[in-house]
Design a protein around this ligand. Structure first.
Ligand code: GDP
Ligand code: IMO
Ligand code: MG
Length: 452
C-alpha cells in the first residue's frame, strides 16, 4: 500500500500536469433513500450493480434490510452490500459502517445457502470501521426500555446496537477492525474497559467477557483476509483504469442523525455527505446521486408521519405492498406520498435523478393523494420543521389524482403505463424538480421501467 502514488507522481513532487486542472478520477454513483427507509434501494443497487466493479456501503450497520429478487429468488442484505450478488464485482464495507461480526458472517452464510457463492473472497472491509459488540445490542434494548419508562415512548430502534456503537465511536472508546486485528492483549484490555463503562451506566448488564473475547478472536481470523486500508483501496479504485463504483446508502434522509426527524432517527449520516466520510472519498468524486422514493410513504418505528393513513387506505398499502420490516419483521406504517419530505431530501442530497418504486401497489385505488405542503394554524409553512412538536401538528395540503385502476405490473416501458399513471409520475417529477429515471412496478429486476 505504500506503493500508492498520489496522482501518479512520486511523494512530495509537484504534479505539473495537475496545475490548473485537477483530474478527479473515476466518479462514484450514490444511491440514497429519500424517505424513511425501505424505498427499494436494494433493488435499484442490484439493477446498477450488474455493471459495477465496486459496490460500497458507507454508513449504518445491520439495521438496514435491503431486498433483492433475482430469478425469482429473494435475498435480504443487512451489512453486505447488495452488489455482492454480482459475481464480477467487489463489495466494500467502508469506515463509516458499524460492523457486528456475528451478524456479518451469519448473513453471508445464510445467503450462501441460497446460492450466493464466494462472497468472502469478494468482500473488502475497511480497517477503520467500528465494531458493534453483542453488549451494544443489549444496551440498545436497555436504552429503549429506559426511554419508555422516562418519556412514555421509545424510538422503536432495530435493537441492532447501532446507536450504542456510534456512541462508543463518538466518545472515542469504540474499537475498530484494526484494533481487533492488532495486539489482541491490548484489544482485550480496551474491550474490558468498554464493558465496564457500560456496566457502570447499566448495572443490570451482564457480559461474559472471556467468552466474548474467545469468539472475537475467532472472528478476527475469518475477517483478516478481507481487511484493507479503506482509504488507499478507494483511492486506487478511483484513480486506476476506468471503474464503475457504486455506493449503497442505508437507512434514509429522514432517518439521518443531522437532517432527519430527530430524535426518531438512526445514528449515522444517511445523506450524501455520509458517502464521503464513510469511505474517505473527496466530494469531487461524487457523480450521480440517485434518490429512491416509494410512490407512497412508509415508516418503521416511532415518530411524526404527517401523511400517515390510519385507516383502510393505510391498511391497503400495508397489505398490498407487503410492508413488513426486513430486519425486525414489524409492520410498516403507511401513508400517501409526501413531496415535502422528498423535496427536503433533494435539497440536502442534490439528486441527479429519482427511482420511483412500487407504483404497482397503487393500481387498485380510486383516487390517490400526494402531500404537497404543510400548514400550521391554517398558514403554509415554508420549511420542513426541525421541531418534532411542530411536525406532529402540521396539517397536510394534498393534490388528488384519479386512480388508473389498471394492473401495471407487466409494464416495461413508459408507453405501457396508463395515462393517469403517467400523469401522476409527471406531477411528482415536476414538483420535486428532478427527473424520474426509473419507475418500479414489481419486485424483480426486470420490473423497472427505465425512462431515459
Ligand atoms: P430498501 O431497504 O430500501 O432496500 O427496501 P426494502 O428491501 O426494505 O423494501 C422494499 C420492498 O419493496 C422489498 O420487498 C422489495 O422487493 C419491494 N419492491 C421494490 N421495488 C418494488 C416495486 O417497484 N414494486 C413492488 N411491488 N415491490 C417492490
Ligand atoms: P433500510 O436501509 C427503515 C429506523 C428504525 C428506528 C430508527 C432507529 O432498510 O432502509 P436504529 O436501529 O437505526 O437505531 O433505529 O431508524 N431504521 C430504519 N427504518 N429502514 C431502515 O433501513 C432503517 N434503519 C433504521 O426503525 O425507527
Ligand atoms: Mg429496508
Amino acid at each position: 500500500q505504500e506503493s500508492v502514488q498520489l496522482c501518479g507522481r512520486g511523494e512530495g513532487e509537484i504534479c505539473e500536469s495537475s496545475r490548473g486542472k485537477i483530474d478527479a478520477g473515476n466518479k462514484v454513483t450514490v444511491v440514497l433513500g429519500a424517505q424513511w427507509g425501505d424505498e427499494g434501494k436494494g433493488k435499484v443497487v442490484d439493477l446498477l450493480a450488474t455493471e459495477a466493479d465496486f459496490v460500497c456501503r458507507c454508513q449504518g450497520g445491520n439495521n438496514a434490510g435491503h431486498t433483492v429478487v433475482v430469478d425469482g429468488k429473494e435475498y435480504d442484505f443487512h451489512l453486505l452490500p447488495s452488489g455482492i450478488i454480482n459475481p464480477k464485482s467487489i463489495s466494500l464495507i467502508g469506515n463509516g459502517v458499524v460492523i457486528h461480526l456475528p451478524g456479518l458472517f451469519e448473513e453471508g452464510d445464510k445467503n450462501e445457502k441460497k446460492g450466493l457463492k464466494g462472497w468472502e473472497k469478494r468482500l473488502i472491509v475497511s480497517d477503520r470501521a467500528h465494531l458493534v459488540f453483542d453488549f451494544h445490542q443489549v444496551v440498545d434494548g436497555l436504552q429503549e426500555t429506559e426511554r419508555q419508562a422516562q418519556e412514555g415512548k421509545n424510538i422503536g430502534t432495530t435493537k441492532k446496537g447501532i446507536g450504542p456503537a456510534y456512541s462508543s465511536k463518538a466518545s472515542r472508546t469504540g474499537l475498530r477492525v484494526c484494533d481487533l486485528l492488532g495486539d489482541f492483549k491490548d484489544f482485550s484490555t480496551r474491550f474490558k474497559n468498554l464493558v465496564q463503562q457500560y456496566q457502570s451506566m447499566y448495572p443490570s448488564l451482564t457480559v461474559d467477557v472471556e467468552d466474548q473475547l474467545k469468539k472475537l478472536k475467532e472472528y478476527a481470523e475469518r475477517l483478516r483476509p478481507m481487511v484493507r486500508d479503506g482509504v488507499y483501496y478507494m483511492y486506487e479504485a478511483l484513480h486506476g483504469p476506468p471503474k464503475k463504483i457504486l455506493v449503497e446508502g442505508a437507512n434514509a434522509a429522514l432517518l439521518d442523525i443531522d437532517f432527519g426527524t430527530y430524535p426518531f432517527v438512526t445514528s449515522s449520516n444517511c445523506t450524501v455527505g455520509g458517502a464521503c466520510t464513510g469511505l474517505g472519498i473527496p466530494p469531487m468524486n461524487i457523480g450521480d446521486v440517485f434518490g429512491v422514493a416509494k410512490a407512497y410513504t412508509t415508516r418503521v418505528g416511532i415518530g411524526a408521519f404527517p401523511t400517515e393513513q390510519l385507516n383502510a387506505i393505510g391498511e391497503l398499502l400495508q397489505t398490498r405492498g407487503h410492508e413488513v420490516g426486513v430486519t425486525t419483521g414489524r409492520k410498516r406504517r403507511c401513508g400517501w406520498l409526501d413531496l415535502v419530505i422528498v423535496r427536503y431530501a433533494h435539497m440536502i442530497n442534490g439528486f441527479t435523478a429519482i427511482a420511483l418504486t412500487k407504483l404497482d401497489i397503487l393500481d387498485v385505488l380510486d383516487e390517490i393523494k400526494v402531500g404537497v405542503a404543510y400548514k400550521l394554524n391554517g398558514k403554509r409553512i415554508p420549511h420542513f420543521p426541525a421541531n418534532m412538536d411542530v411536525l406532529h401538528k402540521v396539517e397536510v395540503e394534498y393534490e388528488t389524482f384519479p386512480g388508473w385502476k389498471t394492473d401495471t405490473s407487466a409494464a416495461r416501458k413508459w408507453n405501457d403505463l396508463p395515462a393517469k399513471a403517467q400523469n401522476y409520475i409527471r406531477f411528482i417529477e415536476n414538483h420535486i424538480g428532478v427527473p424520474i429515471k426509473w419507475v418500479g412496478v414489481g419486485k424483480s429486476r426486470e420490473c423497472m421501467i427505465q425512462m431515459f
